[in-house]
Structure formats: C-alpha cells, structure tokens
Ligand binder design. Structure first.
Ligand SMILES: Cc1cc2nc3c(=O)[nH]c(=O)nc-3n(C[C@H](O)[C@H](O)[C@H](O)COP(=O)(O)OP(=O)(O)OC[C@H]3O[C@@H](n4cnc5c(N)ncnc54)[C@H](O)[C@@H]3O)c2cc1C
Length: 420
C-alpha cells in the first residue's frame, strides 16, 4: 500500500507509542494515536530520564541468587509482593532460566546494535526538532560504597567494553573531583560516557507536538477495548465510547497494560508490571544535594538525576501487579539511601512523589514486531528499565518495518512470537 494511504493506528501515548507515531508520520503514513488517559502520563512520565545505551537487561547471571536473598524484603530494591498468581510464578521461572551468561551475551548483542545508534538519534531529534527537554549529553556515574558492588560493576563494564562501549572505572577521589556532592564513603564507580539525560515527560510532550505538526491525530481519553477483524484481516479498533476507527496497521504500544488487547488475537505476551517510584526535591541547602551530574547509587539501584530546577531520586523494581498504590516505606527509601552516598540530603517536602509501571518480559528484552498470524498488528512493548533509552530507535525501526517491509537493524532477538 502506498505510504500516504496507510492509516496506522497507534494505541498508547507513552514514549514508545509517540516515537512510533512520530516516525510513521515522518515516513508519510496517516497516523492516529489513541491514548486512554493523557499523553505521557504512564510509566514514561516520571522515569529517571537517563538514556543508557548498551546497558544489560535485568536478567544477569547471579541475579536469581541475589534476588532470592532479598526478594520478599519490602525495602529491597527488587521486591516481589507475596501473592498467589500463576502467571507471575511462570514469569519468574522463565526469568530465572534467562539469567545465564549465554542469554546475557545474546541480549547485549541485540541491545548494543540498537544502543550504538541511540544517543545520536536523540541528539538529532533534539537539534532538528528543537525539542525543549533539558537534554544533556554528558554521561552518568554509577557509584559504590562496597568492594563487592564495585567488583560486580567492573565486571559489567568489561562486558560493555566487549560490545563497543567505553565505560571508565574511577576511584572515590576521582569521582569526588568530578561530582563534588559525593561523600567520602563512596569507594569508586564507573563513568558511562555514551549516556545522556533529559526530562522524560517534556521529551514525550515535545515529540507529541512535533508528531501533530507532521499531521498525525492524537486523541486522548480514547481507550481501545476491541480489535476489529474480518476473517483474520485487520479492520480497526473500537473505543470504550463505542467509536470504530478504521486502520490498515495497528501498533500496540500499551506499556504494562497491553495484555488484554493482545489476548483478543489469541496472543499471550507474558508481561509483568515492575513498579518504580520517584521523589523530586527542590534544590535547598541541607535538604537536597547540589548535584551537577546524574549518579546511580549502585548497591541500591537509585538514580539521582538533576533536572531543570530539581533533583529526581528514582528507582525500585516492585512486582505487585497492576496498581498504582504507593508503598511509602519504599518511596522514602529513595532519599534515605541517597544520604549514604551524597552530602546534603536531609528531610524535606518533595515537590512530586510518583509511581509508574515498567512493562517487563521475562527475558528482559522488548517485543517488537508483528503479532503471530496477524501481519498488520504490531507490538512495541516490554522495554522494562530501558523504555526511554530505546524509545526513538523503537519508533524508527517499527516505522521501517511497517512502511518499508523490513527494519534497518536485525530485530530477531525482539521477535514478538518468541514466547510461544
Ligand atoms: C521509576 C522509573 C525510572 C525509570 N528510569 C528510566 C530511565 O532512566 N531510562 C530509561 O530508559 N527507562 C526508564 N524507565 C523505564 C521507562 O520509563 C519505561 O520503559 C517506558 O516509559 C515504557 O514506555 P511505554 O510507552 O511502553 O509505556 P507507558 O509510558 O506506560 O505508556 C503506555 C500508554 O498506553 C496507554 N494505554 C494502555 N492501554 C491502553 C488502551 N487500551 N487504550 C488506549 N491507551 C492505552 C496508557 O494509558 C499509557 O499512557 C523507568 C521507569 C520507572 C518506573
């Protein structure tokens, strides 16, 4: 079908859906985005804002042993809320089977081929589209208090080097010279020069605006409840209000919430939601560190990101199902642990406290491509901790897949039918 005749409907207005819509409309397709809430208010709203190319998925050798020690501790960074849920049990089993060196190597190959193009694509978008999103291409520091943590981080840096990235190992003094807010307890860490930071909500809003300018229609308050097919051929979708919207191609970019729609096609994507939290603090002496660079507090997996006018503390992976309940002790833990690594963290009122649900597949990789047996329906979800990082590349590759018939990078590792 000619590009200008294609009507692509994108379900979901998070970073993934908006990036898909942007590149589809750039390639000449007629695009409608259907978002049940507001654009960018899902997981994409409050992320740590770090573009971290080349980083491994959550599945790593040793992860299961590490997780088993703390997984039911409600204050540990990785937490599984005890409950009877066969789908979660199956997910955890598949997850643990994928915590091997072989899987890590395959994942790193797949992610690094996308990752090498990521930061420059962000740079291109920010420059060409004049996106106002506080984009800073200045890397970030991962910092550690213990020999054990540092040792593991060095191992990860070695793996990244094998895949063409240039992480730099630094001792505590060198780190403090580059980031004065780090306190004397910090033993050392890694600098990731290819990384960048931005304000994630501003990025999505700005991209949505540019997508509109290219002629796409963005409808909010439009929840898709049904996929319409006629003898196996896609016709469109129906919204909760009863509107039928015709489509030649459908992209399901529904984040952690997409399981039910996909199941209408007999397709089961084993998604689990991993809740993360953030606390934003205004810069005030004695309450918020005067942080100049993004730091990840290694042992606790908490990101501290200076954004325009405030510092965001973000992290935790909580498997407690699809809900937005804030467990206060976990939220408070974000700033409590920060005080161990940074000078100047005190008690303070936060300007924002939030939680969001990362869409996670049990092998730690996203699913990108057509739904088995439904060549006009694509999925683009499961980005877990890397949804912002992989957002623009996902949009570009999905658009190439749909419009040109083949993406410019090999997406075999991300096939949507790999869990059958
Ligand atoms: C605390 C935290 C920190 C993070 N930090 C980083 C980071 O530093 N770097 C990074 O790369 N990633 C980070 N992430 C991960 C990243 O935020 C996610 O992977 C990413 O936002 C997922 O984007 P998405 O578009 O798939 O999902 P979402 O942003 O959740 O968007 C999905 C959208 O689909 C809509 N939707 C769902 N169902 C329907 C329907 N039936 N009809 C219409 N609309 C529907 C929802 O309303 C939602 O708006 C972080 C996540 C968290 C929680």
């Amino acid at each position: 079908m000619a590009r200008e005749q294609q009507h692509a409907v994108v379900v979901g207005g998070g970073v993934i859906g908006i990036c898909c819509a942007y590149f589809l409309s750039k390639h000449g397709a007629r695009v409608t985005v259907l978002e049940r809430d507001e654009v960018g208010k899902g997981a994409s709203y409050g992320s740590a804002g770090v573009i971290a190319p080349g980083h491994a998925p959550i599945n790593k050798p040793g992860r299961v042993k590490q997780a088993l020690k703390s997984v039911f501790d409600p204050l540990s960074p990785l937490y599984v809320a005890p409950r009877w849920d066969p789908a979660l049990a199956q997910w955890l089993l598949t997850f643990s089977r994928n915590c091997t060196a072989g899987h890590l190597d395959r994942s790193m190959r797949a992610l690094s081929s996308v990752g090498h193009a990521t930061t420059s694509l962000f740079q291109e978008l920010v420059s060409e589209e004049e996106l106002d999103c506080d984009f800073r291409r200045e890397g970030y520091f991962e910092v550690y208090l213990t020999d054990r943590g540092l040792h593991a981080a060095r191992g990860e840096a070695t793996v990244m080097r094998q895949h063409g990235f240039r992480p730099e190992v630094l001792d505590g003094a060198a780190l403090r010279e580059r980031e004065a807010a780090l306190n004397d307890s910090v033993l050392g860490g890694i600098f990731y020069p290819e990384a960048a930071t931005l304000n994630p909500y501003r990025f999505v809003l700005e991209m949505a605006e540019r997508t509109r300018r290219q002629g796409a229609e963005l409808l909010t308050g439009a929840e898709v409840v049904e996929i319409l097919e006629d003898r196996g051929r896609l016709r469109g979708v129906r919204t909760l209000d009863g509107d039928a919207i015709a489509a030649d191609t459908l992209v399901l970019a529904t984040g952690a919430y997409g399981g039910a729609l996909a199941r209408q096609l007999g397709y089961r994507l084993p998604l689990q939601a991993a809740k993360g939290y953030h606390r934003d603090r205004d810069p005030r002496e004695g309450e918020t560190p005067a942080l100049r660079h993004t730091c990840m507090l290694g042992e606790n997996s908490v990101f501290c990101t200076p954004m325009n006018g405030f510092v965001r503390f973000a992290g935790t992976l909580e498997f407690s199902g699809i809900n937005h309940d804030i467990r206060r002790p976990r939220l408070e833990q974000l700033t409590r642990v920060a005080a161990r690594y940074l000078d100047g963290v005190g008690e303070a009122v936060s300007r924002s406290e939030w939680c969001g649900l990362r869409p996670c597949l049990p092998d730690g990789l996203p699913a990108l491509g057509p739904v088995p047996g439904h060549p006009s329906v694509f999925v683009a979800t499961g980005h877990a901790m890397l949804g912002l990082t992989l957002g623009p590349m996902t949009g570009k590759l999905i658009a190439e897949y749909i419009i040109d018939g083949a993406p410019s990078l090999d997406l075999a590792a991300f096939r949507a039918d790999r869990f059958r």
